[in-house]
Design a protein around this ligand. Sequence first.
Ligand code: HEC
Length: 141
Amino acid sequence: MKSNCLNLRTIFMAAFAVTVSFCLTTDATAQAKPKGKPWPAPADAIAKKSPVKGADAIKEGKELYAQHCKSCHGAKGQGDGAKADKLDITPGDFTSAESAKVSEGEMYWKTTQGRKPMPAFKDKLTDNERWSVIMYVKSLK
Ligand code: HEC
């Protein structure tokens, strides 16, 4: 009798361990998209400052972000938009300490140029619209 109980407990615990590790693994694969290869911006682009600033720019940027960026970058910029799962690489996290080190000029340049799967916004948004979106992105941190 005693050994039967022990056996049941062993089976139960083994099943529990398998369930937990299965859940952890599926979670990890859902989250962990690889980063893109290094994407250096030119020094003069990195140093550029936005000609549009303040609450109005952020407000305009927020609307444009919702239309053009949110599907991949996510509602709060954390890289978890509806399309993000289908991308081969992560869009990154605009609220991270790492992203805070990327200058507004560098973000503007990358938004202008794009790099697959991220589209180029050179012809989709005006210069000031692209700067407004970056002002909004920078406000997310
Ligand atoms: C189709 C999905 C998609 C859309 C839409 C999109 N992005 Fe991206 N974005 C990405 C991906 C993926 C990366 C990572 C690219 C890489 O590393 O090559 C990225 C990278 C970036 C980067 C560089 C991040 C860094 O820290 O250097 C910036 C800035 C950026 N996106 C801004 C925007 C803005 C602003 C918009 C909207 C105007 C936008 N993106 C729309 C997918 C997207």
